[in-house]
Design a protein around this ligand. Structure first.
Ligand SMILES: Cc1cc2nc3c(=O)[nH]c(=O)nc-3n(C[C@H](O)[C@H](O)[C@H](O)COP(=O)(O)O)c2cc1C
Length: 198
């Protein structure tokens, strides 16, 4: 099979798609949809988000130095799209989408979104202007998982969370897990226990 050469672009897929909530002193809470988000360090746990300077959320995040990454379920997919095509300059994205802001004790201003399966509260450690976007490198200072998604074993029920992903312009759901970390070298009894019951 041969490849067709294309102009280099942001083809990396799938990426997460998240709703990032932010607020500042005297500035109402806002939500921006972000696909340029990624895990960048384990200890301390860190994520980055890349935001264009033209976004209403840009100044809020730059000035407050904090934001919340809210994971997106398939149920929240349409609202997530709306938060990515409308600006907080023209609408209250919490009120008009029936989303509830929840205070996050670790942060001063930015609330989490109650309807989201989980949130990561982030404090900005560095802002790097890369050209089109500024990448905010951020430490995760607090996390919350929706109560009904936490299993007795202490594991998060990601099947129930029904997370959405983003694939080069389109939203998509996830299938049930077909493997797990290290399954390529797992013993047959472990494979049976972990995969047979799905
Ligand atoms: C699926 C999707 C992903 C997006 N990803 C980003 C992103 O990573 N960075 C960014 O600056 N804007 C991104 N946007 C665009 C912003 O979400 C959009 O411009 C939004 O209206 C900005 O809101 P605000 O002006 O209230 O901050 C994305 C939009 C969509 C629909």
């Amino acid at each position: 099979m041969s490849f067709i050469n294309m102009k280099p672009g942001t083809l990396l897929s799938p990426t997460p798609v998240v709703m990032v909530s932010c607020a500042d002193a005297g500035v109402a809470p806002n939500i921006i949809t972000i696909a340029w988000v990624g895990t960048i360090n384990s200890d301390p746990p860190m994520v980055s988000i890349s935001v264009r300077a033209a976004r209403h959320s840009y100044d809020i995040i730059k000035n407050s130095g904090e934001f919340v990454v809210n994971l997106v379920s398939r149920e929240l997919m349409e609202v997530t799209d709306l938060c990515g095509v409308k600006s907080g300059r023209e609408m209250d994205k919490f009120a008009e989408n029936g989303l509830t802001p929840v205070p996050v004790p670790a942060l001063k201003y930015a609330p989490a979104i109650a309807q989201s399966p989980a949130y990561l509260a982030c404090k900005v450690t560095q802002a790097i202007d890369l050209g089109s976007h500024t990448m905010f490198l951020s430490e995760i200072v607090d996390m919350g998982i929706r109560e009904d998604l936490m299993q007795d074993s202490g594991k998060i029920d990601f099947v129930k969370a029904d997370l959405a992903a983003y694939c080069h312009g389109e939203y998509t759901g996830l299938t049930a897990p077909e493997g797990f970390f290290g399954y390529s070298v797992a013993r047959p009894e472990v494979l049976k226990r972990r995969l047979d019951k799905k």
